[in-house]
Each structure stands twice: as structure tokens, then as C-alpha cells.
Design a protein around this ligand. Structure first.
Ligand SMILES: Nc1nc2c(c(=O)[nH]1)N[C@H]1C(S)=C(S)[C@@H](COP(=O)(O)OP(=O)(O)OC[C@H]3O[C@@H](n4cnc5c(=O)[nH]c(N)nc54)[C@H](O)[C@@H]3O)O[C@H]1N2
Ligand SMILES: Nc1nc2c(c(=O)[nH]1)N[C@H]1C(S)=C(S)[C@@H](COP(=O)(O)OP(=O)(O)OC[C@H]3O[C@@H](n4cnc5c(=O)[nH]c(N)nc54)[C@H](O)[C@@H]3O)O[C@H]1N2
Ligand code: SF4
Ligand SMILES: [Mo]
Length: 691
């Protein structure tokens, strides 16, 4: 079908949503006169069933955006200024390879650092040909910990691998707890499934630090202080043990450490937990009773609650809950943080670590890119940024900006747009949209693998990641075979992975025939019998954590930054907690430059509690400065009673505009979380003043 779709001027063609969103929707692209005029959902997709979000319904605006990059550019102005001249691809490739060769000679290849994330989830482009290139180059490695690594490690410490309850089962749940996730905006098809469960009588509870769209939809919204979820989870355990709501037989058969845990949680009384979380003790009692008495409770663990100093432990503690009640045994019961573990592919065949001359090369944490760029010992001299926009998304913007502004740093950015990061590049390369490429997609939520083949030709002179990195690899003189493989060959290799029995039957030919192929879920039936934890059991007690110097049992550890000061209220320099989660109509910083999406979001604003506003003489709609030692963020205040006093919230990752300081990450810290070296975006303290 490949060439067909590109060459057909009119028709409706299958596609996959490439965005970093759990739903990974099946799409239909409607073409007229060779152009995509409409994007709709593919009704054949078993989980997403033809429904898609507003962002992607308007995707054609992004694909044909007048500011899309069409040819390679070389910087002519100062870094950050945005002045560039057009160059040819030959010149661009020549300059990049010459610079990388010279750097390797003078400083060693580890002076070069790739910086990428999942702006496009196509596996060949972000975990494939790109990795081959940086492996063969011997560059520094990047620890990709900006999104979910604290929570994933927390989950794995209990369950062994990143997978839990499957979405289609959740229609059978009788209680759904959405914990630190805004699924109405970030995982909309889980809402559809939860609605079905609700029709059968299920209740929906949302636990969050602000009443987001999901909180408004819930039967019961429970607000709490940021970073206190561990205390709440342990408080629930206390009541479950106290009131005999645990499943003794299940714990005996499937868990490790329940006796130690029972003893350990006695001190977390409802009153004590209430004093930490801000939730009334009777609400904690009611929540625990509802959970303990449910038959098939499902806990959706969001990403928000793990962007904290103690985020790994928070996810770990929540993940223990269904191990106490045994809800795992009922269809629809259990929990999930991510289901990415079911679809893991053959990473070695894709990424070719065997090409690396220096397997022990250093690893740089992407959350600390500002600090890394300031290193004077073994400095980073070259950066290659793709599928990410660190000037907007990485913590502590000013530090990041200072790093990227370094005159002696050679930076390449490959993107569809002149992002805030691209403005600091020496060479900017135009990227294709995913509708112009062949790639394979897995979801970290549902169990379907999908194929994308090009529906429109590459726009302008843009190139996809696979083509770009194979071109660079060949220009560097790296092993020909690895850099001339076709996309289809790469897909076949990726799927050929006997280590993952769930991939059994997922093949390129099946994908070509059906576009989406379900994982083989037979092994799922015995999920609990094959947990890859050290003990093979649900680890309520973790030796591995103890060995790493962390509490082996769920334990509440307060946030690092000024948290006690905040809880006492006044007298602290930065007495408010600042939460900056994603917004409905953008995807991280993607779409923030598209007029249609901007119009839907209007402008960034700060949600502030009436008590906190009154103390600062802030009125509704007033411009305010949110600030701390790291920087300032300027927004309009919106006075709402959606949080407990002491927390302020601003949704969305905006680009700078009109001279205003619009970047939430100007305030956030690059401290790392307790597990997985994860990001701590939401453990941020600030003060707010009227402008
Ligand atoms: N529309 C849209 N969809 C998206 C994205 C997007 O930008 N826009 N981004 C995608 C990506 S990359 C990701 S990782 C996911 C993220 O999506 P989610 O898993 O929904 O996570 P977040 O939206 O980061 O945060 C969810 C909630 O956590 C809350 N929160 C913050 N701190 C705490 C806390 O201490 N305790 C509790 N209980 N809650 C807390 C925040 O207030 C927020 O409402 O969404 C994906 N989908
Ligand atoms: N304050 C705060 N900061 C956060 C978060 C938060 O909640 N609050 N969330 C964090 C999380 S969970 C995440 S995942 C990160 C996300 O951070 P990023 O991964 O940087 O996500 P985006 O901002 O969407 O940027 C993706 C970029 O990739 C580009 N792109 C898309 N497709 C392609 C392609 O095929 N090739 C190339 N070369 N480029 C492409 C897009 O145009 C876009 O500029 O942000 C993190 N930052
Ligand atoms: S962003 Fe998410 S909900 Fe929207 S179309 Fe893509 S996968 Fe579906
Ligand atoms: Mo993310």
C-alpha cells in the first residue's frame, strides 16, 4: 500500500497518532487533491473506536502550518536570536559530520550528547536508527528520565515490570480510582471505558492536588497537599488491616512482606495521615472502606503524582494496595501505571549497542541538562536535539538557556518548527511529520501494535528521523549494513523477539494486512504467577530497595524543598507549592505555536485559592508574577477554590511570547526524585505577587 497512499490524490487512509499519549489512536486521513483535509478516528481500532481528541482533529493545521521548517538552516545571528540562512542538505550533512569528527578527535566522542524524547512515538525514529547512529559514534548516552522514570521504578519495585490491568477490562471494575492523573485530557479513552463501568454501577474517585477536568467528572473528588500520596496510601493500608478488609489468602499466596507491612502501618492512623495530607480523617476512613469492600477496584496511577522528590515511593505505595485486597484476581481489578512492558520489542536489534566502541560511555541525565552543559571537566561540545524541546520542557529554564547559549557549543536541532530550542542551534534541520513516514507504534496503555506508512510525501526538503540518521551514519563511514536497512527490515527485526511472548504473532505481514495487531495475551492469564520481581511475588517489602539505601516498606518521606515551611503557612520565603501539569489542547509544548490550539487555550493562567489571593491583594484576572530563586513566570490570576490553600496551579507548557515570561519551567528544579533519577517538576515552591 506504501507508494499507493502517497500517490493517491483523493481518499481516506489509515494512520496512527504519533503523539506521546497513552491512547495511541488509530486515525483516518482524508485526502483531497493530494492534501490532508481532515483527520478523524479510525472506527476499526478496537480500543479507540473512532473517537479522537481535538488536538489531533486539528492536526492538518500543524502539518501544513506556514511556519513549518522546509529546508536546512545555518545560524547567522546570535544564539537565541532566530536569524538563519538557508543551506543545502549536502552542506548541512558535511558540516555536522566534519564538526563531529573534529570533536571526537580533540575531545573524544563522549563530548557529543544526543537529546531526544518522544515528540514522535514511532519506534524506528526514536529508539531505532537514531540510537544506531549515536552508538556507532560513541557519544555520551542520555538518561531519558523526564517523564515517568520515578513512577516506573516505584511500580517495578512491587510488580517487577511495567504492566498491569489492561484497559478493556476496566469496564468490569466496580470502583475506579484515578490517582494523580487527568485522564479527561490525557487518556480520554480510559474515560469512555470508565463511563461503561459506571453504567454498571461503578463509582469514580479522583485524588489530585487540584480539581482538574477529571476531578469535575468524578463522583468524588479528594484534594490533598502535593507530595503526600504515600501517606494517604499507607493510611488506607492501616484501615484495611485494622478492619480486616485485607485478603489473607491472597497475601499469603502472592505477596512478600505482608506481616512486616501490617506492623509498619500501625502508626499511620487516620488522624496522623489527615495532618499530613489535608484530607479529613473521616474521608480517609470512607475511602479505605470503599476500596476494601469493592470486589474489583481498579487504580489508574497517573504521571502527575510521581513528578516529586518522593514520586517513586508514592507510586510504589499505591501499587501495593491491590496486593492487600487481592482485587487482582477479579477482571477489571488491580492497577496500572503503564502497560508499556507488554509490548517491549527487540531493543538490541533496533538500537545496535554492539556498534558502540565504548560500552561504558558516560550517561547524562536529561533532567540536568543545564548542569551538564556547565561542566568544565570533560565538557559537552556538541548537542543533537530531536523530538524534544528542552528550552521549554526541561526544568530550571534559565540554567538550560545559559547552557544552550554557550558560544563554544555546536548544536543541531531536528524539528518541524523553529522551537525555542531550535533558535539556539547552529544547524536546524527540517523534520517530516509522521504521516510522511513508515514506522511502527506501540501503546503504553492498550495492547495493539500499529503500522504507519506514508500518506503524503515529505513536505519541502524535510526528512524523517530514520532517513536523517541513516544519511548521517553513512556520511560518517559507519558500518553500511546497519545504516542502509529499510524501515520494513527494521520492523521485522524489532518484532522478532522471543524474550517477549506477548509479541507472538505480531508480524510485519499481519500489520500490513490489518494495520493494528493485538498482542498475544495468553500469558496475561497467569500474570501474577510470573512476576519478574526478585522473589516472583508482589513485593510489599523490597530487599532491592533496602540494598539501595531506601525504605524497603512503603514509607512517607516529606518533600525536600521548604515543605514544612509551607505547611506551617506564613513566614516562609516561598510558601506556595507550584504545580504545572499538561493542558487539554497542547501535547507538552507541541501545538503551543498553532493558532487553532492557542485559541482553544487562550492564555496561560494561575489558579490560586481565594485565601491565598486575599493575603496577597490579588484580584481575579490580574497579572501576577510567580517567582522563586530560579526565575519568574508571568500570568493572569484566576481565583478558584479547586485546590487546598497553599497550592497554585498553571497548566500547559507555553513558549515565550510578546516579551512575557511564559515558561513554567523557569521555576522548577532539576533535583532528582527518589527513584529512577526522575524529574521533580511539581516539588516546586514559589511566592506570587501582583504585577
Ligand atoms: N492533552 C494532553 N494529553 C497528554 C499530554 C499533554 O500534554 N496534553 N501529555 C502526555 C504525557 S507526556 C504524559 S506523561 C501524560 C501525563 O498525564 P497524566 O498521567 O494525567 O499526568 P499529569 O497530567 O502530569 O498530572 C496529572 C495530575 O497530577 C496532579 N498532581 C500533581 N502533583 C500531585 C500530587 O502530589 N499528588 C496527586 N495525587 N496529584 C498530583 C496534577 O494536578 C494533575 O492534575 O499525558 C499525556 N497526554
Ligand atoms: N513543568 C513541567 N514540565 C514538564 C512536564 C510537566 O508536566 N510540567 N511534563 C514532562 C513530561 S511528562 C514530558 S514527556 C516532557 C515532554 O517533553 P518533549 O518530549 O520535549 O515534548 P514536546 O514539548 O511535545 O516536544 C516534542 C518536539 O518534537 C518535535 N517532533 C515531533 N515529531 C518529530 C519527528 O518526527 N522528528 C523530530 N526530529 N522532531 C519531532 C515536535 O515538533 C516538538 O517540538 O516534558 C516534561 N516537562
Ligand atoms: S493525542 Fe491521544 S487522544 Fe488525541 S488522537 Fe492522539 S492518541 Fe488519540
Ligand atoms: Mo510524559
Amino acid at each position: 500500500m506504501t507508494q499507493d497512499m502517497i500517490h493517491q490524490e483523493n481518499g481516506v487512509f489509515p494512520a496512527v497518532c504519533p503523539l506521546d499519549c497513552p491512547d495511541t489512536c488509530g486515525l483516518l486521513l482524508h485526502k483531497e487533491n493530494g492534501r490532508i483535509v481532515k483527520v478523524t478516528g479510525n472506527p476499526d481500532h478496537p480500543v479507540t473506536q473512532g473517537a479522537i481528541c481535538n488536538k489531533v482533529r486539528n492536526m492538518a493545521e500543524r502539518v501544513y502550518h506556514p511556519e513549518r521548517l522546509m529546508y536546512p538552516l545555518r545560524r547567522v545571528g546570535a544564539k537565541g536570536e532566530g536569524a538563519f540562512e538557508q543551506i543545502s542538505w549536502d552542506e548541512a550533512i558535511f558540516e555536522i559530520t566534519e564538526r563531529f569528527k573534529a570533536m571526537t578527535e580533540e575531545y573524544g566522542a563522549e563530548s557529543i550528547l544526543p537529546y531526544s524524547f518522544y515528540g514522535n512515538m514511532g519506534i524506528l525514529g526514536v529508539d531505532g536508527m537514531d540510537r544506531r547512529f549515536f552508538n556507532a559514534l560513541g557519544s555520551s548516552k542520555l538518561k531519558q528520565s523526564i517523564c515517568n522514570s520515578a513512577g516506573n521504578e516505584g511500580w517495578k519495585s512491587v510488580m517487577g515490570f511495567n504492566a498491569g490491568t489492561l484497559p478493556e477490562e476496566t469496564i468490569q471494575s466496580d470502583l475506579i480510582i484515578v490517582w494523580g492523573g487527568n485522564i479527561v485530557s490525557t487518556n480520554m479513552h480510559q474515560v469512555v471505558l470508565a463511563e461503561k463501568a459506571r453504567k454498571n454501577g461503578a463509582k469514580v474517585i479522583v485524588i489530585d492536588v487540584h480539581k482538574n477536568q477529571t476531578g469535575q467528572w468524578a463522583d468524588w473528588f479528594i484534594p490533598l497537599h502535593p507530595g503526600t500520596d504515600t501517606a494517604l496510601a499507607i493510611g488506607i493500608m492501616h484501615i484495611l488491616f485494622r478492619d480486616g478488609l485485607v485478603n489473607e489468602t491472597f497475601m499469603e499466596q502472592y505477596t512478600l512482606g505482608h506481616a512486616e507491612l501490617r506492623e509498619h502501618v500501625t502508626e499511620y492512623t487516620p488522624d496522623y495521615v489527615s495532618s499530613i495530607t489535608g484530607i479529613p480523617a473521616e474521608h480517609i476512613e470512607e475511602l479505605a472502606a470503599m476500596y476494601g469492600r469493592a470486589e474489583a477496584a481498579y487504580i489508574h496511577i497517573g504521571n502527575g503524582l510521581q513528578h516529586h522528590d518522593n514520586g517513586g515511593m508514592a507510586v510504589r505505595s499505591i501499587a501495593c494496595l491491590p496486593g492487600l485486597t487481592g482485587h487482582w484476581l477479579k477482571p477489571g481489578g488491580g492497577a496500572a501505571k503503564s502497560n508499556g512492558g507488554y509490548s517491549s520489542m527487540n531493543g538490541d536489534a533496533l538500537e545496535r549497542p554492539d556498534l558502540r566502541p565504548n560500552p561504558e560511555a558516560r550517561s547524562i541525565n536529561m533532567n540536568r541538562i543545564g548542569e551538564a552543559l556547565a561542566m568544565t571537566d570533560k565538557p559537552i561540545k556538541g548537542m543533537f536535539v530531536y523530538c524534544s524541546n528542552p528550552l521549554v520542557v526541561a526544568p530550571d529554564t534559565e540554567r538550560v538557556r545559559t547552557g544552550f547559549a554557550r558560544e563554544d557549543l555546536f548544536t543541531v536541532v531536528h524539528d518541524l518548527f523553529m522551537t525555542d530550542t531550535a533558535k539556539y542551534a547552529d544547524i536546524v534541520l527540517p523534520a517530516t511529520s509522521s504521516f510522511e513516514n513508515t514506522d511502527v507504534f506501540a501503546s503504553y496503555w492498550h495492547p495493539y501494535i500499529q503500522l504507519q506508512e506514508p500518506v503524503i510525501p515529505a513536505q519541502g526538503e524535510s526528512k524523517g528521523n530514520v532517513e536523517l540518521f541513516s544519511l548521517l551514519g553513512r556520511a560518517m563511514g559507519f558500518p553500511e549494513a546497519a545504516f542502509s536497512e529499510t524501515e520494513e527490515e527494521m520492523i521485522s527485526r524489532a518484532l522478532d523477539y522471543p524474550d517477549n511472548p506477548y509479541l507472538d504473532g505480531v508480524t510485519l505481514s499481519a500489520l500490513k494486512e490489518h494495520r493494528h495487531v493485538k498482542l498475544n495475551l495468553t500469558p496475561y492469564a497467569s500474570y501474577l504467577d510470573h512476576l519478574p520481581t526478585p522473589s516472583g511475588r508482589i513485593e510489599l517489602y523490597s530487599e532491592a530497595l533496602a540494598a539501595a539505601g531506601l525504605p524497603p516498606l512503603p514509607t512517607y518521606v516529606p518533600l525536600k524543598e521548604g515543605y514544612d515551611g509551607i505547611r506551617r503557612g506564613r513566614g516562609h520565603q516561598y510558601p506556595l507549592m507550584f504545580i504545572s501539569p499538561p493542558t487539554h489542547n497542547f501535547l507538552n509544548s507541541t501545538f503551543a505555536n498553532v493558532p487553532k490550539h492557542q485559541k482553544l487555550e487562550k492564555e496561560p493562567f494561575l489558579q490560586i485559592h481565594p485565601e491565598d489571593a486575599a493575603e496577597r491583594s490579588i484580584e481575579d484576572g490580574m497579572w501576577v508574577s510567580v517567582y522563586n530563586d530560579r526565575g519568574t513566570f508571568e500570568v493572569r490570576a484566576k481565583i478558584v477554590e479547586k485546590m487546598l490553600p497553599g497550592t497554585v496551579v498553571s497548566q500547559g507548557l507555553w513558549w515565550d511570547a510578546d516579551g512575557r515570561k511564559q515558561r513554567a519551567n523557569a521555576l522548577t528544579s532539576d533535583r532528582l526524585a527518589d527513584l529512577g533519577e526522575g524529574a521533580t517538576f511539581f516539588s516546586t515552591v514559589v511566592e506570587v505577587r501582583p504585577n
